[in-house]
Design a protein around this ligand. Structure first.
Ligand code: ZN
Length: 165
């Protein structure tokens, strides 16, 4: 069985047949890379706004094996700052975990390390992704936390609340 390695989350996910994972690393532009993947996939979708990273699922039919296949891709910008890069990467890896339908793996780790049971499936995607990122990058223990304005979204404080309440 193939395994997807989510490096910042330190979680390995066994993949079902026909499911693939590509961590494409740093890209120059998230929106351009999204467009590129979308063209390769025969669609013409684009991303709105400015994005630090992305997790996208591409589906196609493979006539040779008569199977539906899907590939979950993640990619992100290089901020030349390990702390920020790890945060963004863990955020995208958590989106991937959700797409693999294996959020239980993260729930289990949170329960072991923090003694908290969080039902991630009941939380919206952006908050789940920040929960994974905050949990795995040590943001919980830091006095000077990453400023949510930096990420241009409001999910960070909400995610922090789930982990610290
Ligand atoms: Zn996200």
């Amino acid at each position: 069985m193939k395994i997807a390695k989510l490096n910042v989350l330190e979680i390995e996910v066994p993949l079902e047949r026909g499911v693939y994972f590509s961590d494409e690393g740093f890209v120059e532009s998230v929106n351009e890379h999204y467009k590129y993947l979308s063209r390769k996939n025969g669609t013409n979708e684009t991303l709105e706004g400015s994005n630090d990273g992305c997790c996208t699922t591409r589906r196609w039919y493979d006539p040779i094996s008569d199977m539906d296949r899907k590939n979950i891709h993640i990619f992100y910008l290089d901020f030349k700052n390990k702390r920020i890069n790890d945060f963004i990467r863990a955020h995208e890896e958590t989106h991937a975990l959700e797409n693999f339908e294996r959020l239980d793996l993260l729930e289990r780790e949170i329960e072991i390390k923090l003694g908290k049971r969080i039902d991630l499936n009941r939380i919206r995607g952006e908050v789940i992704a920040d929960i994974g990122a905050i949990f795995k990058t040590g943001e919980l223990d830091r006095r000077a936390r990453l400023h949510p304005i930096f990420f241009g979204k409001r999910s960070y404080p909400e995610a922090l609340r789930y982990l610290s309440e």
